[in-house]
Design a protein around this ligand. Structure first.
Ligand code: ZN
Length: 154
């Protein structure tokens, strides 16, 4: 019936949701990284799939996947209308995620994906930290120097 108006309205709405969602999700991740003193990341570096964050030297790509757009097993519910459209949309996104992961791994990158609903968890940070360390990255290497440079007792 009012299909054209509806879909135009809907895509405007979704675009708004998407940009708002991305902003707050990214800001949350930045806060989390700061809180745990994880430094040295870049955001939106031009790599396959444009990871939300990455560490260039240890080669870790970090994606924060939106629960709605990527079909989070905890939060995702298919919208009540246009079921087929949304199911297909999420399926396509997930397929692209897998392709991007494979592409990055082939280039020697570690890939971590986390859901936006997991953003406050220290577990998420631990995962990032562990992977970085495994790849030879040291947390705050500069800060350790002054203490160890102190002269030993006579
Ligand atoms: Zn979720």
């Amino acid at each position: 019936m009012a299909d054209i108006v509806d879909s135009a309205t809907r895509s405007r709405y979704m675009a708004a949701v998407r940009s708002r969602g991305n902003l707050s999700t990214e800001a949350k991740m930045v806060n989390l990284l700061r809180k745990y003193h994880l430094r040295g990341w870049r955001s939106h570096y031009p790599l396959p799939g444009t990871p939300d964050f990455c560490w260039l030297k240890p080669r870790l790509a970090l994606f924060v996947d939106g629960c709605f757009w990527h079909g989070c097993p905890r939060c995702y519910k298919t919208p009540k209308s246009n079921v087929a459209y949304w199911q297909n949309k999420v399926k396509t996104n997930r397929r692209r995620d897998r392709r991007v992961d494979a592409m990055l791994r082939r280039k020697g990158w570690a890939v971590i994906r986390t859901w936006e609903c997991q953003l406050k968890l220290s577990r998420t940070v631990k995962r990032i930290e562990r992977t970085l360390q495994k790849k030879g990255w040291a947390k705050n290497p500069v800060c350790q120097t002054p203490e160890s440079a102190e002269s030993p007792p006579p």
